[in-house]
Design a binder for this molecule. Structure first.
Ligand SMILES: Cc1cc2nc3c(=O)[nH]c(=O)nc-3n(C[C@H](O)[C@H](O)[C@H](O)COP(=O)(O)OP(=O)(O)OC[C@H]3O[C@@H](n4cnc5c(N)ncnc54)[C@H](O)[C@@H]3O)c2cc1C
Length: 321
């Protein structure tokens, strides 16, 4: 299916469960896209059919204990060992990291060389030197298994390199690019769930002898939620349509990711306000929407990072350095 259809599906899944939606996005956008776009024919045959069937669960690991927004500064090292590579380091906050069979992993070949020295690998859990540690206690997305991945002299053959040495950053960013539009679609789905709950509640809940939906302050909140969510959806479709035409690394990806994820915060916050105390409890979906939405401004580039990307594109000046 094309990316607009993908976004429609993701929005519908996120309306029911952002966790289920996340599992689909991690498998498709994070794990399969880099294999589809960067692997050799042999690698495609080896991994893609089994990943698509769900026989191989995938993840993408960029974040490290000391490295988040500045992904090019990664400290996990890949050193040559005959016709293989030895990987040492660890990756942090990796969605599906505790269950994944294959991990799309970036590592640095020359300390301090940033983007140009990074190489990407398909790492398999069964390879000696790979272990994971489940991370507990996250605020939302309770159904996803987030983990730290630890590589200790993990030996990887050349045939598991994705792209060429030095392409690694682009490989990882191709997955991020895809995933950013998916995160925007998730955010729209979460917002829509909150709006639907608010409309139904405001039509029934009575105070001062009237339904609360008759109060102009309540209507104003719902009107803003609707307009902002519709705008977020259109920005998402616009980015998806451009991706379908083959465009990558474009500002439209940041527009939709930034806007839709920030709108979801405001919508989730106000939806609890409209429900009063009832919204604070899990009889309604709002406390879950509130917790699941909170992750969306952090993953796949924080809101601050997307503002910097948009600013750099508009001004021709990078505020990253
Ligand atoms: C639920 C969840 C799932 C995740 N899944 C994955 C996954 O599957 N794979 C993966 O690799 N990672 C994953 N992550 C990690 C995520 O990608 C990182 O959290 C994100 O990149 C931000 O990095 P950080 O948390 O280290 O924050 P930091 O980079 O340390 O940033 C901390 C704060 O500083 C701000 N900041 C940083 N640099 C600048 C700057 N130049 N200017 C202004 N402000 C700045 C940030 O916006 C943020 O507010 C996940 C995170 C969460 C919460």
């Amino acid at each position: 299916m094309d990316r607009i259809c993908y976004c429609v599906v993701l929005e519908e899944l996120a309306k029911g469960s952002a966790t289920v939606q996340t599992l689909v996005v991690i498998q498709n956008s994070f794990a399969e896209v880099p294999v589809l776009e960067w692997s050799s024919e042999e690698q495609k045959k080896k991994y893609l059919p089994r990943m698509i069937k769900g026989e191989l669960i995938g993840c993408l690991d960029v974040t490290e204990p000391n490295i988040g927004s500045d992904a090019a500064g990664m400290e996990t090292m890949a050193t040559r060992d005959g016709n293989s590579w030895l990987i040492n380091g660890s990756k942090m906050f990796i969605s599906q990291g505790d269950v994944a069979d294959v991990a799309i992993t970036g590592a640095q070949t020359q300390r301090g060389s940033r983007h140009v020295g990074i190489v990407a690998f398909v790492v398999e859990r069964r390879m000696p030197g790979f272990r994971s540690r489940k991370l507990e206690g996250k605020l939302g997305l309770h159904g996803t298994a987030i983990a730290e991945l630890i590589f200790e002299n993990l030996k990887i053959p050349d045939e598991n390199v994705l792209g060429k040495v030095g392409d690694g950053f682009k490989v990882l960013m191709s997955a991020m690019d895809d995933c950013r539009v998916a995160v925007a679609a998730t955010s729209v789905g979460l917002s829509q769930t909150a709006i639907d709950a608010c409309i139904s509640y405001a039509q029934q809940r009575q105070q001062f002898g009237k339904v609360i939906g008759s109060f102009q302050l309540i209507q104003a909140m719902i009107a803003d939620m609707i307009v902002e969510t519709k705008a977020a959806r259109l920005l998402t479709y616009k980015a998806a349509a451009l991706m379908d035409k083959g465009k990558r690394g474009m500002p439209e990806t940041s527009y939709c990711k930034l806007y839709a994820s920030e709108v979801a915060q405001k919508v989730a916050y106000n939806a609890i306000q409209i429900h009063g105390a009832a919204g604070y409890f899990d009889d309604y979906p709002l406390e879950r929407v509130f917790r699941d939405a909170r992750a969306q401004t952090i993953v796949e580039g924080t809101s601050q990072i997307h503002r910097l990307i948009i600013g750099r594109q508009a001004l021709g000046i990078s505020a990253f350095v």
